[in-house]
Design a protein around this ligand. Sequence first.
Ligand code: MG
Length: 276
Amino acid sequence: MRFCRFEKDGEAHSGTVEGDEVVDFDRGNRYSLDEVRLLAPVIPRKFLGIGLNYADHIAESGMEAPEFPVFFNKQSTCVVGPEVEVHMPRVSSLLDYEGELAIVIGTRCRHVPEDRAGEVIAGYTIANDVSVRDWQLRTPTMTMGKSFDTHGPLGPWVVTADELGDPHSLGIRTWVNDELRQDGNTGQMIYDCYEQVAHLSEAFTLEPGDVIATGTPAGIGAVRQPFPDGLLKVGDTVRIEIDGIGALENKVVEEPDTYTAPAAPALPAWLDRGTF
Ligand code: MG
């Protein structure tokens, strides 16, 4: 199944996507996808990302492969949905994209063995781990450079694990405007989805709706030469496609004079599947 959140007549709803239609969970109304605005399928309580998780991306970054998985936090206020504008910050012009497969947790869990990690995953969506490179590299935690408002596009929907099949054999491609920048496969991850869930849950409880961005393949803007020509500019559109899920597209605009992130909605009912 494909779960989504959408806005219709100014109200947010949860639903499923069937073909080119959306079915409202509460009322059963059906709408064409053209008639609604898709929202981020979930606003996570925890939004984690793993860095340096594809060998070709480590190589292009000139870094050593880390001894342990390198996780950082993206603040949940950075989450936006498909087609929502991403802001070029007032305080930096070093804006970059990272196309990533994102895990959505469905079950409250702790100490999940790797071979059972699939049981706590509700499904998968697409993330753009938008990054402000100078702010990211200023401090070891990376949190601020990964968390600017609007820098966490998620969507277009969550595809359940049973529908998606093996999450480790999916083509993942990122375009900036018409130019293909990233062309990888989730099979190239160093720590796969199940290892990431197992590792994180050794330390803390994962909760329904938590999102884990699983790393980006080679082709980020910051390493293209001459620097900084590969980075994002106002007016650029980033499109990320993952096989079996769909596409997530967002355009870059100047940060507006006033913006505050929307208040987080309650979790949709389909997402909370109890305790592991
Ligand atoms: Mg990333």
